[in-house]
Design a protein around this ligand. Structure first.
Ligand code: SF4
Length: 221
């Protein structure tokens, strides 16, 4: 595990970089947990550029969780038309009904309770806690996992033990809840999407090169 001061510097750099360079995406302008959930379900299998239009259209049809819960399954599927992986729409619809029936229409704030909802796994629960409630919770998707692996655990295996390590470091990176926790998670995702991509690690334009094992190795090679 990296030292606390390394983690704190890394966190500050990611947050500062994100505030300057993060893309202006519609789901980044909201803290509405239902809207965040819709975006996260859509982003599970689909790229950002495609999701943008569908996200707006779906929320035009179903602006609140109550609207979605009261809809017919066929209509929900139609509103999802074109995005594919319709199981996501079915799960989102079930989730809406469950929240309305069992939680009085209020989406839970805690990760464990979020995970009990249909279609919500570890990542999505962390993402909703972080992006809707600004909780200091890790949300490790493919992009975030890649950044943390390259930065702190370049030799860690891709087995369950390795995953556990990545999540533990993602958790340790967090400070307090609040806007910085939100920006850290968004920033890690953005770094993985724009700078530290699967195809190429652009270490020369990365804000965390000085704290990154892979970036430092490349700089001295
Ligand atoms: S320094 Fe390079 S390897 Fe490290 S996070 Fe940045 S782009 Fe990725």
């Amino acid at each position: 595990m990296p030292t606390k001061s390394t983690l704190a510097r890394f966190r500050r750099r990611v947050v500062t970089w994100f505030r300057r360079h993060g893309r202006d995406l519609p789901w980044r302008a909201t803290r509405d947990p239902y809207h965040v959930l819709v975006s996260e379900f859509m982003l599970q299998q689909t790229q950002v550029a495609r999701v943008e239009g569908f996200y707006r259209r779906f929320l035009d049809h179903y602006p609140t969780i109550q609207h979605l819960a009261g809809a017919e399954a066929l209509r929900v599927r139609e509103a999802w038309e074109g995005l594919g992986y319709y199981r996501r729409a079915a799960n989102l619809h079930r989730l809406a009904r469950e929240v309305v029936e069992r939680h009085e229409g209020t989406i839970p704030t805690e990760v464990e309770r979020l995970r009990a909802l249909p279609g919500v796994g570890r990542y999505t629960a962390g993402a909703v806690a972080a992006f809707a409630f600004e909780a200091a919770e890790p949300a490790v998707d493919t992009n975030v996992g890649r950044v943390i692996r390259r930065a702190f655990h370049p030799r860690t295996g891709r087995d369950a033990k390795g995953e556990h390590r990545i999540w533990a470091t993602a958790r340790a990176l967090h400070g307090r809840r609040g806007p910085s926790a939100w920006a850290l998670n968004q920033g890690l995702m953005e770094l993985g999407a724009l700078v530290c991509t699967a195809r190429e690690a652009r270490c020369d334009r990365c804000p965390v090169t000085a704290m990154c094992a892979t970036g430092r190795r490349r700089a001295t090679a």
